[in-house]
Write a protein that binds this ligand. Structure first.
Ligand SMILES: Cc1ncc(COP(=O)(O)O)c(C=O)c1O
Length: 477
């Protein structure tokens, strides 16, 4: 195997972590009830001495202030409050999804439900059980859960106009649905054994999960080693190193149209050589589907409302679809969950072949979607057509989405082509935005290099000749 360590962390003094690799959870016995409910992880909150100042340096009560005026405590409080409002307002409040909120709060309103043995807050944050110290880890994770908007569009195609909702996961903290997966995975890893400062976390990623982990792990004092491949956009690799992650590029093709199997082999070797490394294992850890069942699914159905008919979810590990599908089965059995895969991927059946779009597809079947009831049906999409859809979306509504979102929209058009007059809302999970793909999926130079420039142009022309047009009719919410 050939590999190159493209970039090293800016923090190179990495103490060896503790713990073991392989936080692999058993798959659920049957349906959603089989999802693991993690046990509480007692941990002491880092005791921050002097948080409110050194008592020995405080002015004794009643002693005049430096100004020589004995201020009334009520007056002091008022002055302090006014001063804070004037000087700290921009920093003290931040804008999340268009709303101004206090720091440390997120706008997740729908979502999590209490499970036996795992009490949770409304925003998915684990509530400490009685007697347990507040975890230093939980607030960092809970802050990464954002409520993302649902953008409503009208889509004209082949003489019909349909209603489409795009669940814009690009509005999460690192711009993809993997922000949520990372919270579930790290929470499970920490519940299994505390993630102590200095721990090295290693993960195989096509990019998005890596970005999410790279954002959260420094807040926990942990180091991150991202095992990526040549399809990971350079922008993503740069962002990873900027956040202090080490990036290891595995460039040996796995013989199944991608690099996944080579990446996973490398992660196993690293864990065997470094027993202290911890591996969340997004491909087999049921904590990822579980957070989508408890958070993403309820958020999506709450926004879409009663006339939601079908949800289209792009698949790589299958974790997002498995979780949303479990939520739908339990709470909205009238809504169909459709697996969106790309030609050349084995994630949900199919046969191995060339794949152009990062983030979607896999070189092996999804471990989370093996059960027959995990989704209603699958649509395999041509990647050239998906890129064409992405470009048309930019032309029509000025919205650049990632390639897997283009796949989801193309899948919806195919899937609903022969539908009757049913005008229930279709929602596509738009797993990430198009910014990272400016130099690839949206670049004519890249298309020429790949030898697909003409194919993309004629796919755009063909879809336009079928009347494909997007119109931004409704407001996001
Ligand atoms: C852009 C994009 N789309 C879709 C997916 C699929 O998500 P999952 O791995 O949960 O199937 C991913 C996963 O990395 C992704 O990055």
């Amino acid at each position: 195997m050939t590999e190159s360590c493209v970039a090293k962390s800016r923090k190179d003094n990495r103490p060896s972590g503790e713990g073991m690799c392989g936080a692999v959870f058993p798959p659920p016995a049957t349906g959603p009830r089989g999802f693991r409910a993690s046990s509480a992880a007692p941990e002491r909150h880092g005791a921050r001495t002097g948080q409110f100042g050194d008592p020995s340096r405080r002015r004794p009560a009643g002693e005049p202030s430096r100004a020589g005026v004995r201020a009334e405590p009520r007056m002091i409080r008022r002055v302090l409050l006014m001063w804070r409002q004037v000087s700290f307002w921009p920093r003290a409040l931040r804008c999340v999804n268009g709303a101004v909120v206090a720091p440390g709060t997120s706008r997740i309103r729908s979502g999590t439900r209490s499970e036996p043995g795992r009490p949770v807050h409304r925003n998915g944050q684990r509530r400490p059980v009685q007697g347990e110290a507040v975890s230093r880890v939980e607030p960092v994770l809970a802050r990464a859960l954002f409520r993302t908007p649902l953008l409503r569009l009208d889509v004209a195609h082949r003489g019909r106009v349909r209603r489409l909702g795009l669940k814009l996961e690009s509005r999460g903290p690192t711009g993809s649905v993997k922000d949520r997966s990372a919270v579930g995975l790290l929470r499970a890893l920490h519940d299994e054994r505390p993630l102590t400062p200095g721990t090295v976390v290693v993960e195989s990623t096509s990019g998005n999960l890596g970005l999410a982990l790279a954002r959260m792990l420094p807040g926990l004092g942990c180091d991150f080693l991202a095992v990526v491949d040549p399809k990971t956009p350079h922008t993503t690799r740069r962002m990873l190193t900027d956040r202090g992650a080490r990036v290891l590029v595995v460039d040996e093709p796995d013989g199944r149209g991608g690099y996944l199997l080579s990446r996973l082999r490398r992660v196993r070797e690293l864990c065997a050589d470094n027993p202290g490394y911890r591996w969340p294992d997004q491909y087999e850890n049921w904590a990822a589907p579980d957070i989508h069942r408890r958070v993403t699914g309820p958020e999506l159905t709450g926004q879409a409302g009663a006339d939601l008919g079908t949800v289209y979810v792009p698949v790589s590990t299958g974790g997002t679809l498995a979780g949303i599908g479990a939520h739908l089965r339990e709470h909205r059995p009238d809504v169909a969950a459709v697996a969106v895969d790309v030609r050349g991927s084995l994630a949900v059946a199919g046969s191995a072949g060339r794949r152009l779009i990062p983030g979607i597809g896999a070189s092996r079947p999804s471990a989370f979607l093996a059960a027959p009831h995990s989704y209603d049906r699958a649509v395999h999409v041509d990647d050239i057509e998906a890129i064409a859809v992405c470009r048309i979306l930019v032309e029509d509504v000025g919205l650049a989405l990632g390639g897997s979102s283009g796949c989801a929209v193309r899948a919806m058009l195919t899937d609903r082509e022969d539908d009757g007059p049913d005008d229930r809302l279709s929602v596509c999970l738009a797993a990430d935005g198009g910014g990272k793909y400016r130099d690839t999926l949206y670049s004519d130079d890249w298309a020429t290099e790949q030898g697909v420039a003409k194919e993309i142009t004629s796919a755009v022309e063909h879809l336009r000749s079928e009347g494909l047009f997007f119109d931004r009719k409704h407001q996001e919410h």
